[in-house]
Design a protein around this ligand. Structure first.
Ligand code: SF4
Length: 311
């Protein structure tokens, strides 16, 4: 494995490629990457580098997003079959139907969606910016999708009526992080702080000492004055925390708290991608332009400088 990691690093240097790995990737894939992080954070990191090629170890909507935010750069996916089942739960006909039924409600979409859906939205958010952006909207009724759990979290934290689009969308990994599982782990480590992703069900979130995106959870471990933490998100984050904070103890909710699609990407596939220059992520430039404008509007409302205006 070490030898392959070394060859990957050499090849990346030779070809001037940057390797990005999502927080849910396998430990060895995280270790070989230039940057590890959340999906939007990684796309922005790629914009800040001079690399002409980006190898993105992440699921389909993430590589697509990296491609439309990095025009002029070649984005490679090491495994095109690495998909996000949640993103697939929201498609344009569903968006149109909910828009028709709720003509006055703005549509806010989660970054875990495809370019076509993003380009139809009024705003695009991450799990860390969703509540902040919705609280700034001049409307008490909001359409939000996909993910009914993040939608209910936004409703709880903003006091607004948030309609999940579609009503029953969810992440199959986080929906299985149940309150019972958290309580079972807690029995073994009663002093552990519980950190949960907002894609977890409401009963799980009610047990949490901290709720946040994967990057916020990782930061929280460093900031909270405690030794033990139960990590209510995908187990790749447990590995990341063990690397960043070796003096702290991170406990997974279960051995099966794993996104199988993220784990389809292996070191071998990253290496093959670098060698072959495959598989190039292709996007529709008109949709890309629209989606970038929706993101610009979202950054502006959040009071954040648009990353592509920095250069
Ligand atoms: S963990 Fe859930 S939201 Fe993330 S990629 Fe896997 S299925 Fe999609």
């Amino acid at each position: 494995m070490e030898d392959l990691s070394r060859r990957i690093r050499e090849k990346a240097r030779e070809t001037g490629a940057v390797i990005l790995a999502h927080n849910y990737q396998r430990p060895e894939v995280q270790d070989v990457a230039d940057f590890v992080g959340d999906s939007l954070e990684l796309s922005i990191k790629a914009m800040e580098t001079d690399a002409k090629t980006i190898v993105f170890a992440g699921v389909d909507f993430m590589v697509e997003q990296a491609a439309f935010l990095n025009p002029g750069k070649k984005v490679l996916t090491p495994e095109p079959g690495s998909i996000c089942p949640m993103a697939w739960q929201l498609d344009p006909p569903v968006v149109e139907e909910y828009r028709r039924k709720n003509p006055d409600a703005p549509l806010v979409v989660y970054v875990n969606s495809f370019i076509e859906v993003k380009s139809m939205a009024d705003y695009v958010v991450t799990s860390s910016s969703a509540s902040k952006l919705v609280s700034k909207l001049d409307s008490e009724k909001i359409l939000f999708g996909p993910d009914r759990n993040l939608a209910s979290y936004v409703a709880e934290t903003t006091g607004k009526e948030v309609i999940a689009v579609p009503l029953n969308s969810y992440c199959p990994v986080h929906v299985n992080i149940t309150a019972d599982k958290i309580l079972a782990v807690k029995r073994g480590v009663p002093d552990a702080k519980v950190l949960a992703h907002p894609e977890c069900p409401p009963e799980t979130r009610r047990l949490a000492d901290f709720i946040g995106s994967t990057s916020q959870i990782i930061r929280a471990v460093g900031e909270i004055n405690a030794k033990r933490f139960i990590i209510g998100t995908e187990n790749g984050v447990v590995y990341r925390i063990s690397k960043l904070y070796p003096d702290k103890e991170a406990y997974p909710v279960g051995e099966d708290t794993v996104c199988p699609n993220m784990k389809k990407i292996t070191l071998e596939k990253v290496y093959r991608s670098l060698i072959s220059g495959e598989t190039v992520v292709k996007i529709d430039e008109k949709l890309a332009e629209k989606a970038r404008r929706v993101l610009e509007r979202s950054f502006a409302l959040l009071g954040v400088e648009t990353p592509w205006s920095r250069k």
